[in-house]
Design a protein around this ligand. Sequence first.
Ligand SMILES: Cc1cc2nc3c(=O)[nH]c(=O)nc-3n(C[C@H](O)[C@H](O)[C@H](O)COP(=O)(O)OP(=O)(O)OC[C@H]3O[C@@H](n4cnc5c(N)ncnc54)[C@H](O)[C@@H]3O)c2cc1C
Length: 268
Amino acid sequence: MSSRLPVYDVIVVGAGSMGMSAGYQLARRGVKTLLLDAFDPPHPEGSHHGEPRLIRHAYDGGETYVRLALRADEFWREAEARTGSKLLERSGVLNLADPDVYSFQGKRTDSEGLGVVTELLQADEVQHRWPGLTLPERYQALYEPDAGYLFSEQCVAAYKQLALASGAHLEVNTPVRGITAQEGSVIVHTSKGDYAAGSVILSAGAWFKTLKPFVTLPIRPVRKVVGWFETNGPAYDAGRFRVYAGDGARRLLRFPKHRRSGAEDWPS
Ligand SMILES: Cc1cc2nc3c(=O)[nH]c(=O)nc-3n(C[C@H](O)[C@H](O)[C@H](O)COP(=O)(O)OP(=O)(O)OC[C@H]3O[C@@H](n4cnc5c(N)ncnc54)[C@H](O)[C@@H]3O)c2cc1C
């Protein structure tokens, strides 16, 4: 490794949701860490742009995935405590499904075994408790009272604060233009010069193609259209309405009205 280059233990390429938190976790363990980002996170060019991001604990994918979600929740609580920022709104989440198309049984069994509280509800009970929703009679819901949504940009900002306070070095507006891997080390080439490290974490998100030809994965970024709709009455306000997520055939998410003009709808 050339001694003329700035040398780190780990370089994180892309300091968005994944990279910024990884950078913090490394730096707090005393790892000499450089975070590189093409913009100045949080920013509107990343997947972290905007506000609500659903977080649940009862997931399909077996116990391992549920444990992962619970561990993430622990980290969100810790980041809130360390920064004094509100990051997670525990609004409760309603998972809705047509039982002919999708069964909640698997995620219910896996998550309840790990202490996740859930309630299985019929359509009429859902409509009674949350009048803003009208469901087909045959629908069922799995309600998770402790789930909710994260304020995505604040999450990146909080991890930025924690990473910097833990000694990570952050270079913003520094696009990575190439990576050279050699025995035991990597050189990361940027618009501002080269940096060397023992290892590199690639967390460029939907922009991973900017790392070609070093990274050639069969991944295709897709556009997700988000719609904001005016609401007519308090039934959809934060504190009353729950996040709902359609499982099975109709995969839609809907968030309560929060700061902006109405409930948000987008295909998950
Ligand atoms: C509309 C929408 C709704 C979503 N809702 C949910 C949800 O409800 N629940 C949920 O869990 N997830 C949700 N997600 C997904 C979640 O937001 C993403 O999985 C997460 O933000 C991705 O983080 P990331 O670090 O991979 O990407 P990003 O946050 O985009 O970070 C990548 C970073 O890499 C930087 N970068 C890229 N290329 C380079 C380069 N060549 N050099 C230097 N830097 C570079 C970018 O500038 C960026 O800052 C949603 C996503 C969208 C878009």
